[in-house]
Design a protein around this ligand. Structure first.
Ligand SMILES: [Zn+2]
Ligand SMILES: [Zn+2]
Length: 276
């Protein structure tokens, strides 16, 4: 059994998938990250990046969904493990906009939009509902997936988005996608939540100069990310949820500029694997 926790970037494009030579380094697939820890194989979101996954043979598969925006679930019907008859897949999410996770997914992935529902695939899929309580009063919710300890708080995003922390063998990963920094309380909560974590994935969709146009859309900037990273003491920070039109050239220029000030920060590149 593996004592390390690792994270592989299967997709980190925000909002919609893109393709072409301008997107080959940072990638065009939407949000999906594969975390391996012991016997557990955990996917953070099921954007189009989940199509890039090669599920391990005897692992326990869990999908932690942050919210139901289309870019975070659009890859689900293409997840290879769904076609395996003896596979159990547990999907965790919140009730959002009055819809339980399964009902929300069935609304998108069912006729006439898609020929079958997720429950019609050969794999045994279980939906696990995270309690609503912690959304309301800013609490933290704790549960376990095998030997992986999971904590969750609610992030600042239209319709809400769950922020997850995965801890295993003394190492921790915080996944803060679809988060906007325009609420002091939410930033404080995230800074506390990510205190001294080993890896923080942070939404930096907009560049600082364009943020004013997109305020309230539910995404953040590198500038806010640097502040949160430094105040939380996160050891390594990866900026995610790249704007759909942001090219490799633009992202790499931005990344180089930030790297001069903070060597612990990089931008998510498709296929990269981080072992903690
Ligand atoms: Zn998104
Ligand atoms: Zn969203």
């Amino acid at each position: 059994m593996n004592n390390e926790i690792s994270l592989k970037i299967l997709g980190s494009r925000g909002s919609m998938p893109v393709e072409g030579e301008n997107f080959s380094i940072y990638g065009g697939s939407t949000s999906c990250y594969q975390v391996l820890a012991g016997d557990e194989e955990i996917y953070l979101d099921a954007g189009s990046g989940i199509f890039n996954a090669s599920p391990l043979k005897n692992s326990h598969i869990t999908i932690l969904l942050t919210h139901m925006h289309i870019d975070h679930i659009i890859g689900l019907p293409f997840f290879l493990a769904l076609t395996e008859k003896d596979r159990t897949i547990n999907i965790y999410s919140q009730e959002r906009s009055g819809l339980l996770p399964q009902d929300a997914i069935d609304r998108l992935i069912s006729p006439p939009f898609w020929p079958i529902k997720i429950s019609s695939y050969p794999a045994d899929v279980n939906f696990k509902i995270l309690p609503k309580k912690f959304l309301v009063n800013g609490d933290q919710y704790h549960f376990s997936i095998g030997n992986v300890s999971v904590d969750a708080i609610e992030g600042n995003h239209p319709g809400g988005s769950t922020i997850y922390k995965l801890s295993y063998n003394g190492k921790s990963i915080v996944y803060a996608t679809d988060f906007e920094h325009n609420s002091i309380e939410s930033c404080k909560a995230l800074i506390n939540f990510a205190k001294n974590c080993d890896l923080l994935l942070y939404d930096a969709q907009y560049i600082d100069e364009e943020y004013h146009k997109y305020q309230g859309y539910g995404h953040s900037t590198p500038e806010a990310g640097i502040k949160i990273a430094e105040e939380s003491g996160a050891k390594k920070i990866i900026f995610i949820h790249h704007s759909p039109g942001r090219t490799d050239k633009e992202l790499s220029e931005l990344e180089n500029k930030i790297f001069e000030c903070n060597k612990n920060i990089s931008f998510a590149k498709i296929g990269d694997e981080i072992v903690l």
